[in-house]
Unconditional design. Structure first.
Lengths: 256, 365
């Protein structure tokens, strides 16, 4: 059974059909990439899956459960984590604090227990910290642990955001343009980390990315979308060679 | 230069980083405990006042400094706490149960109001909470059976285990009462900040979308933060009523709400220190200005009496300079001084490149 199944998903903003009848599925342990020109509706698909937007029609099924109308704060607990295209970290906190907030969906204490800091809270804090340290090791962030986000280089922030998502121990991670704005070396590292997430952590990855060399390297399957509509589905090479895809990209280039 | 070596996760979980840190707070507390022997009754009264404003400031800091929701309505919750406490004591309740009731009533009313109000953000939230401050004046007059109407209520004597503890009966006991309450609330506040609840408040402040994607129920977090904030402020209101001995509809005007907000901004948004520093400024600054005025008058023959409103103007000027040159408030200055001392002699200029802090008001969409 597919881990994530998206069926006929649509949403319109005013008159603009940002996503228009998109269907695809992500298998367990798969890296699935969505590509498409600017404004194609890729980030909107992510926002629909993480329930920040309400779908006007269609269905989202995760691990056999219909999450199309679940509140956004339930999604993380079910096992979906994400990053944002324009990095959304908690700027006034340290890397460690950011990752600890990433544990929120796994909290095991109530506010009144927190208020009294019962022994139970201390125990669960140690456990949260242990898992966060595993993520810090995995993504080699130890040097930045106690640094404030506001002072970090862009490339490091992107990694911290992925770390924060991993801290929630998801089964599916959504990466919105993980390599945008990164240097060649950083993009290289990003490719390794995506492969490690898939192979070592056994995660499914749903990714939006423009860098085709990264896409070809890590993706099992690729879906191309344009103007909210699906164009082609297949391996990276198949999709890149697809006539409609070439036309869509040429169209936008000619227009701009 | 001091370097910290951490050896276990508990080093980051504990309230105090290390022995040195604990010692600092121990000394501060010891100083607070011996204060009544060192200070005359006037300055003891002022210090008590600082404690009460610090308590109220902590309340506002929780919702504005740590959850990012501006409130210009907190005087209303001081009023609710004050009237609840006095009304119950006048009906024969003991002080402590009545104090707990103040916190509960303020907290519950806060929670009820929070849902509709905290759906707003920025300037709309500021206006909605401001309206609370204005409404409370009328409510205080209309709810005469509880609030004593226009004439208000007088504070009855506080008796704790047979010992008088009110402001005039035994100022030192009243001071200790305020101190104990403040220490307890501060500890609870610190506990929140080092656990998931407090972190969810910070998350809501810094990025609501992220918070939601990470599993924070934003509406619930805001409601909880507002309710706890109101409960703390209600406690402060009750103690304030006993400090000034009589309250009526004029005791909690909009100006109090504004002063409270200034207090946390000047002190430093998003820090517990800030609530304390701010309280010192709010209580001491008028004194300082008055002393300066007398000094000018007596020593130099410059009479400021001919400029009414001078105090407020100077106060406003200081706030303005503060917001422009040190947006992180007195806490920001404090951090710089402390870092300078700790890193001596390695401190470099420009280590505190200023990163702007935002209130939700500035992020209007
Ligand atoms: N909240 C919103 N309100 C109105 N329109 C929106 C909203 N979110 C997205 N859109 C519109 O939906 C369309 C798709 O946007 P989306 O951000 O999903 O594109 P994208 O494929 O992620 O593009 P990019 O590669 O530039 O990130 C755009 O026309 C955008 O203007
Ligand atoms: Mg996008």
């Amino acid at each position: 059974m597919s881990l994530l199944q998206v069926e006929n998903l649509s949403i319109a903003f005013g008159g603009v059909k940002a996503v228009d009848g998109v269907s695809f599925s992500v298998e367990p342990g798969e890296v699935f990439t969505i590509v498409g020109p600017n404004g194609a509706g890729k980030s909107t698909i992510f926002n629909l899956i993480s329930r920040l937007y309400e779908a006007s029609s269609g269905q989202i099924i995760f691990d056999g459960q219909d999450i199309t109308h679940r509140p956004a704060h339930d999604v993380a607990r079910l096992g979906i984590a994400r990053t944002f295209q324009n990095i959304e970290l908690f700027d006034h906190s340290t890397v460690l604090q950011n990752l600890l907030i990433g544990r929120h969906s796994r909290r095991g204490t109530h506010w009144w227990e927190d208020l009294l800091f019962l022994p139970k809270v201390r125990r669960s804090e140690r456990e949260h910290r242990r898992i966060v340290e595993e993520v810090i090791d995995f993504l080699e962030l130890a040097a930045y642990r106690d640094k404030l986000i506001a002072g970090l280089p862009y490339g490091v922030r992107k990694v911290v955001e992925i770390a924060r998502a991993l801290a929630s121990q998801p089964r599916l991670i959504l990466l919105d343009e993980p390599a945008s704005g990164l240097s060649v070396e950083e993009t290289q590292n990003m490719a390794w980390w995506i492969e490690d997430m898939q192979k070592d952590l056994g995660l499914s990855v749903l990714m939006v990315e423009h860098d085709m060399s990264l896409v070809s390297r890590v993706s099992d399957r690729v879906l191309a979308v344009a103007e909210g509509k699906p164009l082609a589905l297949g391996t990276a090479a198949e999709v890149q060679a697809h006539a409609k895809v070439i036309e869509a990209y040429l169209g936008t280039e000619a227009a701009s | 230069m001091r370097v910290r070596f951490k050896s276990s996760y508990d080093d980051d979980i504990n309230l105090f980083e290390d022995r040195w840190h604990l010692l600092q707070f121990g000394l501060l507390l010891a100083a607070a405990v011996v204060a009544p022997w060192l200070l005359g009754s006037y300055y003891l009264g002022e210090l008590t006042s600082v404690l009460i404003w610090a308590l109220a400031g902590l309340g506002l800091m929780l919702i504005t400094g740590h959850t990012g929701q501006v409130s210009l309505g907190h005087a209303a919750f001081m009023a609710i706490g004050a009237f609840t406490n006095l009304a119950l004591m006048l009906r024969g309740w003991n002080f402590f149960p009545a104090l707990i009731a103040s916190a509960l009533v303020s907290g519950v009313i806060g929670a009820i109001i929070a849902r509709p109000i905290l759906r707003m953000s920025g300037i709309y939230l500021a206006i909605a909470t401001l309206a609370l401050s204005i409404i409370i004046e009328d409510v205080a007059i209309m709810a005469a059976p509880i609030t004593g109407g226009v004439s208000g209520l007088f504070a009855p004597t506080i008796e704790l285990f047979g010992v008088q503890a009110d402001r005039y009966g035994d100022p030192a006991m009243f001071y200790y009462l305020c101190l104990a309450l403040l220490v307890l609330v501060t500890l609870a506040y610190l506990n929140l900040l080092r656990s998931p609840t407090g972190r969810s408040f910070l998350a809501v402040r810094d990025s609501e979308v992220s918070a939601r994607a990470l599993g924070v129920n934003v509406a619930r977090a805001k409601t909880l933060a507002f309710s706890l904030s109101c409960a703390i402020t209600g406690l402060a209101g009750a103690m304030y009523a006993h400090l000034v001995q009589a309250v009526n509809y004029e005791s909690f005007l909009v100006l109090i709400s504004i002063t409270l907000l200034l207090q946390v901004v000047i002190g430093g948004l998003g820090s517990i220190h800030g609530a304390f520093f701010g309280a010192i400024v709010v209580v001491m600054l008028p004194q300082l200005i008055a002393i300066t005025r007398d000094l000018l008058n007596n020593s130099f023959g410059i009479s400021m009496a001919s400029y009414p409103g001078m105090d407020t103007a100077v106060f406003a000027l200081i706030i303005l300079l503060m917001v422009i040159y040190e947006p992180r408030g007195i806490y920001g200055i404090w951090i710089k001084v402390r870092t300078w001392l700790e890193l001596f002699p390695l401190y470099r200029k420009g280590m505190f490149r200023r990163s702007r802090t935002y209130l939700k008001t500035e992020r209007m969409r």
